[in-house]
Design a protein around this ligand. Sequence first.
Ligand code: ADP
Ligand code: DP6
Ligand code: CO
Length: 334
Amino acid sequence: MMSTSATAIAHPNIALIKYWGKRDAELILPNNDSLSMTLDIHPTTTTVTLDADAKSDELVLNGIRATDEALIRARRFLDEVRARSGVCEYARIDSHNEGPTAAGLASSAAGFAALAVAASAVYGLDYSPAQLSRLARRGSGSAARSVFGGFAQWHAGHGSGPTADETSFAEPVEVTRMDIALVVAVVDAGRKALSSRDAMRHTVATSPLYWAWVDSVGDDITEMRAALCHGDLHTVGAVAERNALGMHATMLAARPAVRFLSAASLRVFDEVARLRSTGLPAYVTVDAGPNVKVLCSTGASETVAAAVRAVEGVRWATVAQPGPAARLRADVRS
Ligand code: ADP
Ligand code: DP6
Ligand code: CO
């Protein structure tokens, strides 16, 4: 059933085991599996409206009409939706990120998960969650995971070409015994100099450490899944931290180096290490940006947030917990 407008809400996800590097840039097929937690903060709300008179798609992001790379990515994404649905009308996308955009806080994940859900509704694609995940992946790889709430594993899949496309999507990871919070310490909410896409492409192409990191991911996934199943926060944190720092090592070894971590990021690392030395389980993870996320128990989250707020260069810190799946907002459909 088609409607002319649909609004969807999706939340960012933070990978405990990172996605870093593609084997197919066109289809967005990754080199490794990744595993994430969807957050309950920083939702993206996206409305897609068909316009029978429009000559091209339009994107308004956070109230500003996009003309740059964001518009190109959104158009390419809607081209794919049109090809699948057989509906050729152009659309207007109006999207609002509550969190910082392009700052290493997964705006592309929330953004393309919301766009996949809203666009599939408006273009009449009746998709299962796994199909939505495969579609969202085409906008931004990490978006494949934000289709799901809680914890999700994105399967790298196998092979290449259209048949491989079928094999690469995220699935929920059932976690019942885990008491976990994630404190987002914002040191710089501005746009990163290099997109995740360009940074990972450059890393794969030039870093002599890259494939060693990819080789380590299989064990990280296995250990992470077992630790999540047992509610073992120490192991979840330790594996997430080593996986993220290993990913940053691949970037630092790229030629020329890609460095997202700032002095303030490292001061947060020091504070988290200090907290840990006092017996408090707290571990860092960090994406393609300087902002640090701290994994800890829900009970310790306010203590951790207060501690990182006191670190020089931390502008604010927010406590997040596992959040919901991407969904349509029924009230504004017409
Ligand atoms: P981040 O760390 O925030 O995910 P990326 O470099 O991966 O940063 O992606 C940022 C890009 O994602 C933006 O420049 C834009 O192209 C796209 N993006 C972010 N938010 C949205 C949104 N709500 N709707 C559509 N595209 C978005
Ligand atoms: C470091 O999904 O933003 O956050 O697929 O090119 O859009 P594209 O990249 P993106 O990369 C995310 C990289 C990461 C790790 C992760 O989220 O798994
Ligand atoms: Co991103």
